[in-house]
Write a protein that binds this ligand. Structure first.
Ligand SMILES: Cc1cc2nc3c(=O)[nH]c(=O)nc-3n(C[C@H](O)[C@H](O)[C@H](O)COP(=O)(O)OP(=O)(O)OC[C@H]3O[C@@H](n4cnc5c(N)ncnc54)[C@H](O)[C@@H]3O)c2cc1C
Ligand code: FES
Length: 288
């Protein structure tokens, strides 16, 4: 085996950590605290390095402020990259003020993707809560573009309040597709809300699944995922077929700092997507 000289490895590492400037082309706002940013790399030659599979994330850098891990919510075939961001703290509060023409740095893509190969020719059940739909949007688009390769698609999505529903147009387009079920729900329906009310797990009663041919993709608050897992197991879906996208506070994104550790795993490098079978002993431990 030929070994790379140490200096070369350091150089490769340094490039991996260097943010690539990307300009905000478009900003779409959903409610007071969620925005989607369409980003184009300033250097088009760098775009192939940002080819990604649905489920991966980038580190989004705001010069002088900080860096945050954000899933890539666009279609992998699009030239531009989309990030949908909830404003929660120090760095995202500055991102909140950015708009078209402003520039951020991007590092990535990092982590693994959804098991879209294993899911081929099976039914796919997507369960998401809140902004949890962002990491899975690209995967859903991917499956629709290869519709003949997947069985029935069921998409269950819950939000706390109607304003938290981002990309309603995507859900409306998906629900018009054949062999597809899309159910939306909110905890706090208002007069304009036309879909279900209640938490996302209450939608299960309306859905039939064949455990032997179903793969589950799940993303959202961990409490939601725990309840969903109980129900899925009760219906005979095996832990090997339940996939979760997990979140922890991230710093380096490349398995070097240890901030995102969950048991023996680094979420940035070994995840963020895991089968329940792999993470079950750690996922069940509160606070890990
Ligand atoms: C793989 C991955 C994908 C993500 N994808 C998205 C996305 O698509 N859109 C999006 O809006 N956010 C996403 N996040 C969460 C995002 O990284 C955090 O919201 C962001 O880092 C907050 O940064 P801040 O400086 O604004 O807040 P801070 O000031 O750092 O923190 C504000 C509060 O949020 C908590 N917090 C910070 N990061 C996380 C985290 N990762 N998980 C749980 N709590 C956290 C802090 O403990 C604190 O209470 C993702 C996180 C990971 C790990
Ligand atoms: S973020 Fe540094 S090890 Fe995962």
């Amino acid at each position: 085996m030929t070994r790379r000289p140490e200096a070369e490895l350091h150089a490769v590492h340094a490039i991996a950590m260097l943010p690539e400037p990307a300009e905000i082309l478009e900003k779409r706002t959903f409610g007071p605290d969620i925005h989607s940013y369409q980003l184009r790399l300033r250097n088009p030659a760098a775009r192939p390095r940002f080819d990604f599979v649905p489920g991966q994330f980038n580190m989004v850098y705001v010069p002088g402020v900080g860096e945050v891990a954000i899933s890539i919510s666009s279609d992998p075939d699009d030239e531009d990259l989309e990030h949908t961001i909830r404003i929660v703290g120090r760095t995202t509060r500055v991102i909140d003020r950015l708009g078209p023409g402003d520039v951020v740095g991007l590092r990535g893509p990092y982590g693994n993707g959804w098991p879209l190969g294993d899911a081929r020719f099976k039914d796919v059940l997507v369960i998401t809560g809140g902004l949890g739909c962002a990491p899975v949007t690209g995967a859903i688009e991917y499956m629709f573009r290869r519709r003949a390769s997947y069985g029935h698609l069921t998409i269950l999505h819950g939000v706390k309040k109607p304003a938290d529903l981002v990309h309603r147009s995507h859900f409306e387009a998906w629900r018009r597709q054949p062999d597809t079920t899309v159910l939306l729900t909110t905890d706090q329906p208002d007069r304009a809300w036309r879909d279900r009310s209640g938490v996302v797990t209450e939608l299960f009663a309306e859905v039939e699944i064949d455990p032997a041919r179903t793969v589950v993709l799940m993303c959202g608050p961990e409490v939601m995922m725990r309840y969903a897992i109980q129900d899925l197991r009760g219906r005979g879906v095996s832990d090997e077929r339940i996939y979760l996208s997990l979140e922890r506070n991230m710093h380096c994104g490349i398995g070097a700092c240890g901030h995102c550790q969950l048991g023996p795993f680094f979420l940035c490098k070994d995840g963020p997507i895991f089968s329940l079978h792999r993470v079950r002993p750690f996922f069940a431990v509160h606070g890990l």
